[in-house]
Design a protein around this ligand. Sequence first.
Ligand code: ZN
Length: 273
Amino acid sequence: MPELPEVETIKNELLPHIVGRRVTGVTLFWERIVRQPSVKEFCSRLIGQRLTGLARRGKYLLFSLTSGEVLIIHLKMTGSLLVGQDSSEPPKYTRAIIHLDKDINIFFRDPRKFGVMRLVEDADSVVGKLGPEPLEAEFTPQLLARRLTKRTAPVKAILCDQNFIAGIGNMYADEALFAARIHPLRQGGSLSSEEIEHLHRAIQQVLWSAINNKGASVDTYLRPDGTLGTAHFQFQVAHRLGGKLCSVCGTPIERIPVRNRGSYFCPRCQPES
Ligand SMILES: [Zn+2]
């Protein structure tokens, strides 16, 4: 699933192609990709507007429009946004096309059809409850410590909770916990202040590193030009099964379920107690 670094890469690489462009049409091959408002209203309100900006909040993309409304896209499990020309053949699994002037198309490609688009007047109605952005100045070790106080859930599950911290999912939670040498099942409230500082630094490091490598193409993620990201080549534990060894100590990487999500970790570098 695309997480913060993948969505950030899409934002960065889509932005120069679309800002200032006018929406000239919408083609839907899968109508249920439009969650809000009705398909008819979505299209009629969107067409004719200019895209004035593109931002990311958590794993959401927010396209601002001349009317003040916001087009919000969530890529969910398998979505990508590809940029191409109007004459180009839609890529396989394209569920929607947003046609722009100057011969530009945004292709919403989504093999598993979980992705959604919303057109709203107030973005906060969708993203208002998200937790802090981990790469913003507001996210400090002190804030992380405060939010972890008395939490009894496994720290891995807490990191994947979008209302706790925005943008982190299965892959980068595993990577950050490995980098901080913290077992995924540790209770959030049990971390020492030193461990919280390590975790804070690890979260920022793994996310920045993945952004610099244009996201991880472990699954279906593509950059807007259709090429792959390379962040997964830096992964130490995430998706490393099949006899993969810890790069630090040589112990085989293990996988355990944490709230039904597979979690990869090194049992020696990340002891449970
Ligand atoms: Zn190890």
